[in-house]
Design a protein around this ligand. Sequence first.
Ligand code: HAM
Length: 431
Amino acid sequence: MSKIKYQTLTGMHDVLVEEQVYFKRVQKVVESVANSYTFDKIETPILEFAEIFQKAVGDDTDIVGKEMYTFRTKGGDMVCLRPEGTAPVMRSYLEHGMHNMPQPVKLWYIGPFFRYERPQAGRFRQFHQFGFEAIGEANPSIDSQIIQMSYDVLKELGFKNLTIEVNSIGDSECRPYFKKILTSYFKSRRSSLCGDCQRRLKENPLRILDCKEEKCQRVKAGAPQIIDHLCEKCHAHFKEVLEFLDELELPYTLNPYLVRGLDYYTKTVFEIVETSEDGKSLGSLAGGGRYDNLSKVLGGRTVAGCGSAAGIERIISLMKTREMKTGKPVEEPKIFLAQLGQLAKRKSMKLFEEFRAAKIPVAESFSKDSLKTQLRTANKQNIKWVLIFGQKEALEDFITLRDMDTGVQKEIKLDKVVEEMKERIIKNKSL
Ligand code: HAM
């Protein structure tokens, strides 16, 4: 056979017909999870000003320093193929004045991204990500919601051995102090670090915690942990995130050395890893965290944010080897879950998951605190049933059901609610 003249570039690949079914499946599951948490879709251009990533992700990160496809256009602009989605979404939020919309603005995206990486298993130069970003909300419930959503997608696709690694990397108040402590620890072990890390020691010692070199991993094992040096605010925030995760019964572990390779993170960071039957990590499928300073870095005022993204090729490659199904997607929400107060919020997140497990699509508004706003949202979404979870309900383990068509309300015991709603929806039974 004669040799073919043209091939795809190294690290790039065609998505062939037989792969489309996997891409479609991932997209449908992502869309259904996004819909049930009322995230709206956004698309941003593939080309952006390179400076956006230099500022947001950081000049001395691998992504910007080594892996960006950067070039000058005929008009003289320095642009790049987007290596990630968070900075462009924040750029769009600021450019279009989305702070004037009801907060948080909850967005999701899916599309190609580009990093000039050394090609190896699970690493491509053009790959696809889906991501969720919630901008304009500082409450830790959003962190746990983002984690839950990323986890839900993977679970629904059929992954069974997922672990969520979480950490907090503090903020501009506590991190500089921790960096000093870390620098002095690594300085005294400088000769045991790889060349890159010796350089990182000057620029950003946190990056050393992210190094995959074995010799650096050994030094890292005894390094001080940021979790012991968080300021009061970051500590309280992290504690609440973990409480939410506990309530949601998500399988998380604390990884005190998880820092993530992007500069914009503050406070919560996380990765979701799938492990093989014998407990070996099969790589990070999704990652994300909070980025409360990103907006300022990009020239806006302070706006809190939190998000995550997952690599579709990695997901598909595992789906194929595990022969996971590419089955059918989900429908519109029929119930709206409204909540009032911290305890009710926590409990309603759990209830939300019970509905999802029972395959009953439920809409919610966990970050909103006023009942009026929540009822209005339910109305806008044309949802007949609203379950109201207030302080009294949370303490006494019942919930109030409101029929939005008739305005009639009734109380239901918490352990009967999923069952009763299932029946009402099937039989279309009004109050
Ligand atoms: P990231 O960890 O750089 O985070 O990428 C997220 C996911 O994209 C990774 O967990 C991995 O599955 C996939 N991925 C990354 N690089 C490659 C590659 N070269 N080939 C194939 N898959 C890859 C971010 O991109 C952040 N924007 C996530 C985020 C959203 N943080 C807050 N909001």
